[in-house]
Design a protein around this ligand. Structure first.
Ligand SMILES: Nc1ncnc2c1ncn2[C@@H]1O[C@H](COP(=O)(O)OP(=O)(O)O)[C@@H](O)[C@H]1O
Ligand SMILES: [Mg+2]
Length: 234
């Protein structure tokens, strides 16, 4: 689903936010991108989403070479990708329904189709009955559920989440992770970037890629990496 080859990213001068990162994410994978603050996680997410361009190297997303992608084609790529952020990025004065519907309206779908997809997505995230609530009146966990519904409403092949549980307490964090697992079980590739290493314990079968100072220092099956981390600590 995602192929990253020898990617470098410098925002300014010769300070590299990413250095020679090579990583592959398979179709249907659940990948945790972990590492301390400043490691380059958000930068990598932005590159995959075409919000930033790599300085060097190559990235393919669902077969599309991002370095060769014309700016006018970026919206087509983004239709395949659902994105979730730490701060939800909802329109607070609009309802849960309206927030999700917006993502489909920009694609020009007919009203009846949009209504059906929005209801489906809000049901998936457990917000049935709260469709008409203003999003700013919802709890943090519920707001993140709306954001996830918005991300998946158009049936993306890939969901990218950047610190999706950063503003949520532990119990809600588990619920949100469970939701990403369910989305992944339905066949969608999921990438979760987080500084919270504990999260990887919650998703059996997940893969993990670890960044430190812009470099990929480890990657592989969660179980293997957990052993390695334990050995490092001990
Ligand atoms: N827009 C930007 N302009 C300049 N430097 C940036 C920008 N965004 C991130 N950086 C720098 O790139 C490095 C990686 O940041 P980031 O990708 O946000 O890491 P993480 O998400 O792992 O915390 C940091 O040193 C950060 O200061
Ligand atoms: Mg970040």
């Amino acid at each position: 689903m995602i192929q990253i080859y020898h990617v470098f990213k410098a925002y300014t001068g010769d300070q590299y936010a990413l250095s020679d990162v090579t990583l592959e994410v398979g179709k249907g994978d659940f990948l945790f991108l972990i590492g301390p603050s400043g490691a380059g996680k958000s930068t990598l997410v932005k590159l995959i989403f075409c919000a930033e361009q790599a300085t060097r190297g190559q990235i393919l997303v669902d077969g599309v070479n991002l370095q060769r992608l014309k700016p006018s084609k970026i919206p087509y790529l983004r239709r395949k990708i659902g994105v979730v952020f730490q701060d939800f990025k909802l329109l607070g004065d609009r309802t849960a329904f309206a927030n999700v519907a917006l993502a489909l309206e920009v694609l020009g779908h007919p009203r009846s189709y949009i209504d059906k997809k929005v209801r489906q997505a809000l049901r998936l995230v457990g917000l049935e009955g709260k469709e008409q609530h203003l999003s700013r009146r919802l709890s943090g966990g519920e707001q993140q559920r709306v954001a996830i519904a918005r991300a998946v409403a158009a049936d993306p092949v890939l969901v990218l989440a950047d610190e999706p549980t950063g503003n949520l307490d532990d119990e809600i964090t588990m619920d949100i992770l469970e939701l990403f697992r369910e989305i992944n079980r339905r066949g969608t590739t999921v990438v979760v970037a987080t500084h919270n290493r504990d999260l990887i314990e919650c998703v059996p079968g997940a893969k993990v890629a670890m960044l430190r100072q812009g470099m990929l220092v480890a990657s592989g099956a969660r179980e293997v990496l957990t052993l390695r981390l334990a050995a490092d600590a001990g």
